[in-house]
Design a protein around this ligand. Structure first.
Ligand SMILES: Cc1cc2nc3c(=O)[nH]c(=O)nc-3n(C[C@H](O)[C@H](O)[C@H](O)COP(=O)(O)O)c2cc1C
Length: 200
């Protein structure tokens, strides 16, 4: 599937075949593709929690407005941001870069993020959003449907997955085989309402 077709055909699907099991090789391929999503300074601040335990899925569904896709999709991915990835051995993000690039980039990471809590959080949300779209397009290409989600109690989900205190939950992406197509596109804004040339 080409990229344009994947973009056009991706829809937020809400009803999944609960009996479909995604092969481990497919999960591995999907995650390899997701890890190619870009991050600022290459800090790779996304963390992908694959919720495989059916009991945990039920508990998460209970704090996610009882949305069926949480338990019925083949894969529930909780995208979390490691808010402090920038200071956790940052040399590893540039390990294969030429020496002059490494010498410039590694200290620049510290200068940019240290003491800027809001920037650290914003960066985490940006990275997870880009990774989520990468996952959804890759899933489409692999014959799956998906749904991005933020309809859940963030605090409760963080506790259920035992998230470390220096992380933040960004969103869910569920992936699986559809039982029911998405409803028709509900109402796209005209280009002129949202595309601004040069200045507002
Ligand atoms: C950040 C985000 C959170 C969303 N949360 C939910 C959700 O909790 N439950 C749900 O059924 N759909 C959710 N959606 C899906 C949107 O309703 C859907 O993407 C939108 O209506 C556009 O439809 P489309 O994705 O099929 O083009 C969410 C989408 C985004 C981007």
């Amino acid at each position: 599937m080409d990229v344009q077709k994947a973009i056009e055909e991706r829809r937020a699907v809400k009803h999944y075949d609960p009996s479909h099991i995604m092969a481990e090789a497919a999960i591995e391929k999907l995650m390899k593709l997701a890890l190619l999503a870009p991050t600022a300074f290459n800090i790779q601040n996304w963390r992908f929690v694959l919720v495989r335990d059916p009991e945990l899925r039920k508990q998460i569904r209970a704090v996610a407005w009882d949305q069926a896709q949480v338990t019925d999709a083949s894969l529930l991915i909780v995208l979390c941001a490691d808010l402090k990835s920038w200071e956790k051995n940052p040399a590893r993000y540039w390990a294969q870069a030429p020496q002059p690039v490494r010498d410039y980039m590694v200290p620049a990471i510290d200068t940019y993020y240290r003491g800027r809590e809001q920037v650290q959080r914003d960066e985490g949300m940006r990275s997870c959003g880009i990774a989520a779209q990468t996952l959804m397009l890759a899933a489409k290409d692999m014959g799956y449907d998906s749904c991005p989600m933020d309809g859940f109690d963030y605090g409760a989900v963080g506790e259920l997955i035992k998230m470390p205190p220096d992380h933040a939950v960004a969103m869910f992406v569920v992936i699986g085989k559809p039982m029911q197509a998405a409803w028709p596109l509900p109402g796209q804004l005209p280009t002129g309402d949202v595309v601004i040339n040069n200045r507002f």
